[in-house]
Write a protein that binds this ligand. Structure first.
Ligand code: BGC
Length: 748
């Protein structure tokens, strides 16, 4: 035995050594490649790499082109940008989605000029907002939006959907995705709420890690992988007044305990780029925040990729925020804060001003070199120096049926059952139904913004073969069993009376309410309550006494308190994507047992928003955490029971705590349950949240089946920032809560 053992050990050691040294060689080669290239670059070529323009700058059509027509490149303008200004990056779509073939042509033309006509032949880095799939490629697989994916609590599905997204943008020749949004959904008015993974920092961090791994894989140069862009760093999601790009006051402890962990997880998973928040925190526009960008992100988190500005935001340090007295000072401020690339995006002023600043000694060349190295590093990691062109073969797998099935599954696992009085659902298929409401017969209400166009609101451009809710119900139970009267639009009455009349002849009513699509600032609102006319529709229908199933397709939790008691069942569809209507109908008719869980606290009243990880003061005296439905809520057609919670009773700081629990499906049908572990730190040197999610696992259980789920709590799960803003774990007692079981442990 021994004779074999020694050579075996040697072989293993040498294999490990070789693996590491070849990795080290790769890294050295990469560094050398970048250093060599940098050494050849002029100042103009360097600042060119740091400059990003939008596609309209190099196409024939200007802004506002007809979204149904393909765009054409203007080769002179392209040469001007790439050869004269030496720019390094182009973004966006020039108005609307293109076919995959048109994209391949556009990218090929761009890379031809970049790699054949410029001095150093550096490929262009093309970027796009593929927020829920390849949003700007016609016919792509468009998934549930992030908030919906978070409701699925399924890490594998998040990773798979991201991997399909990277495949489909790469099929177009695009290797860079401006997603995921890692701001937290803790301000329900914010119009980008649905782009987040919800209110919880731990949940968002887990999803961030899986999304980034799905997009980038282990090796982003793989022809079906791309670079992720975690955004908008930091504080975008918590504007004081709820409107997009307005000021936030966020203390450092909140930044470090709550907002930073998803970014830390994204960076740890290898995210190659970060985009900066367009707003301001504590009076400092994020684009000028040296502390956040250079000290925390590049320093503490050791982020190796590059930091890109958001749209026009460097200019806005001067034009809007007035922290810079001139456009030139704005450029200096942003670059010295740590910005590596400017999304200018309509001109070349950034490059011109930055050259002046370097020549005048206002910006050191070392800062420029650092930025350019980071950009070249990302281009190298993506394999663009080897092949910057679209891989035409990928068309074969584009929008495949296999991808569609993953999409359907994601929606099925996310849609959340919020109410089911007298188990009215699942409904039997022999019932006649009335379908009504403003979100019942349009694809755009299922998809929201970043779909085909920026705002996602051009219904005529949506694929005809996909089902609206009405079409999905018709397909399921036959046209003869379905009547349709829309009743209202999002905010005006059409024919409520007619809907009420139609209700008399059916057994059940499906009322689809919610929001029309929106994106960014155009989605600002000043009242969270759903428009009165939609509430009126349900109110009037409820007078018929017919059972009502309310289906919500909305990007944020609009107030529906006034009608909750008037309906029998409520399904939260969020923005479930192209297969979302089919998934909803699968749940209504019991082909799928719902398993989605709210990724936010659904407020009861317009100002009644408190997150589930509130402080003791928020449920004290007359204060209360009293949502319509709490974070983590979601019903099922079966029931689950928890037993045998076991928790390490005491440990020293630094040691881990082992937790296990048995979960049993006690109902009649199979289902998926998300086991959630919450921790409460009973006393702390600063006030501690009443509970925090620190572990979750989604498990499939046949009727009657039990499984034991194990969790390990480490120092990281138990730490927070103390009065000095130092990360600490403090000794004392903690509670662990799973289901309705609670056990304590002590840290010494
Ligand atoms: C948005 C970003 C987006 C960028 C490029 C901005 O307006 O805030 O999220 O990535 O445009 O389209």
């Amino acid at each position: 035995m021994k004779k074999f053992f020694i050579p075996l050990v040697l072989i293993v050691i040498s294999v490990i050594f070789l693996a590491f040294s070849s990795k080290a060689n790769d890294v050295n080669e990469e560094d050398k490649f970048i250093e060599d290239l940098l050494a050849k670059m002029t100042l103009e070529e360097k600042v060119g790499q740091m400059t990003q323009i939008t596609l309209e700058v190099v196409t024939k059509e200007g802004e506002g082109r007809d979204p149904s027509k393909p765009l054409t490149m203007d080769i002179d303008k392209l040469r001007n940008a790439l050869v004269d200004y030496k720019i390094g990056s182009i973004i966006n779509t020039g108005g609307a989605a293109n076919t995959v073939e048109a994209w391949q042509e556009i990218i090929t033309t761009i890379q031809d000029v970049a790699t054949k006509e410029t001095n150093l032949k550096i490929p262009i880095l093309y970027g796009i907002d593929a927020i829920h799939g390849a949003s700007y490629t016609l016919g792509s697989t468009l998934f549930p939006q992030n908030i919906t994916m978070a409701a699925s609590r399924n890490l594998d599905l998040v990773k798979e959907s991201a991997a399909i997204t990277s495949y489909e943008i790469r099929a177009s020749g695009i290797p860079w995705n401006f997603n995921p949004v890692l701001g937290l959904g803790r301000q329900p008015y914010w119009p980008r709420f649905w782009e987040t993974f919800g209110e919880d920092s731990y949940l968002a961090a887990q999803l961030a890690e899986n999304y980034v791994m799905g997009i980038q894989g282990d090796d982003p140069s793989n022809p079906v992988k791309a670079a992720a862009c975690i955004k908008h760093y930091l504080g975008d999601s918590m504007p004081n007044n709820g409107r997009d790009r307005t000021p936030a006051w966020i203390p450092e402890r909140v930044i470090r305990d709550i907002l930073l962990p998803p970014y830390a997880a994204g960076v740890k998973a290898g995210a190659l780029t970060v985009m900066v928040n367009s707003g301001e925190n504590n009076g400092i526009p994020a684009h000028s925040d040296q502390f956040l960008i250079t000290e925390i992100l590049k320093g503490e988190l050791q982020f190796k990729g590059f930091v890109v500005s958001d749209w026009e935001d460097i200019k806005r340090l001067h034009t809007r925020d007035r922290v810079a007295a001139t456009p030139k000072e704005a450029v200096k401020m942003a670059v010295m804060a740590g910005l590596d690339m400017s999304m200018v995006p309509f001109d070349f002023s950034f490059a011109t001003l930055l050259i002046e600043l370097v020549n005048e000694g206002e910006v050191p060349l070392s800062r420029i070199d650092d930025a350019v190295k980071r950009i070249l590093y990302v281009k190298h990691k993506l394999g663009l120096f080897d092949n910057p062109y679209p891989n035409k073969e990928l068309i074969n797998g584009f929008a495949s049926d296999e991808f569609r099935k993953v999409n359907l599954k994601a929606a099925q696992e996310a849609i959340t059952l919020l109410k089911n009085e007298n188990s009215i659902l699942p409904l039997s298929k022999d019932k006649k139904v009335l379908v009504t409401g403003p979100t019942s017969n349009q694809m755009m209400n299922l998809n929201g913004g970043w779909t085909i166009t920026w705002q996602g609101n051009v219904e005529s451009l949506y694929p005809k073969e996909k089902n609206t809710f009405l079409e999905a119900v018709q397909a399921e139970i036959g046209d003869d069993n379905v009547s349709f009267v829309q009743g209202v639009t999002i905010n005006s009455e059409i024919n409520i009376e007619e809907a009420v009349k139609a209700a008399e002849n059916v057994d059940a009513i499906f009322a689809c309410l919610g929001e029309d699509p929106y994106c960014e600032t155009p989605g600002n609102i000043t009242d969270l309550t759903l428009d009165e006319v939609q509430l009126k529709l349900v109110n009037e229908l409820s007078k018929t006494g017919k059972p009502i199933v309310l289906v919500l397709y909305e990007g944020r939790p609009r107030g529906i308190n006034k009608i909750v008691d008037k309906v029998d069942a409520i399904l939260m569809g969020y923005l479930p994507g192209m297969e979302g209507a089919d998934a909803t109908v699968d749940i209504i008719y019991g082909e799928v047992n719902p398993s989605g869980k709210l990724p936010f606290s659904y407020p009861k009243t317009p100002m009644g928003f408190t997150t589930y990880d509130y402080k003791p003061l928020e449920k004290f005296d007359v204060n209360d955490y009293d949502p319509q439905w709490p974070f983590g809520f979601g019903l099922s057609y079966t029931s689950y029971e928890y037993a045998d919670l076991s928790v390490t009773e005491s440990a020293k700081i630094g040691e881990s705590i082992e937790v296990s629990v048995k979960v049993t499906n006690t109902g009649k049908v199979a289902g998926k349950e998300t086991v959630e572990l919450y921790v409460t730190d009973l006393y702390g040197s600063v006030t501690r949240p009443v509970k925090q999610l620190k572990g979750f696992e989604k498990v499939y259980l046949e009727s009657g089946e039990s499984k034991v789920i194990n969790f390990t709590l480490t120092s990281d799960h138990l730490s927070f920032h103390n009065r000095e803003n130092k990360k600490v774990v403090e000794p004392g007692d903690f509670n662990v809560k799973i289901g309705n079981l609670i056990k304590s442990f002590t840290l010494n």
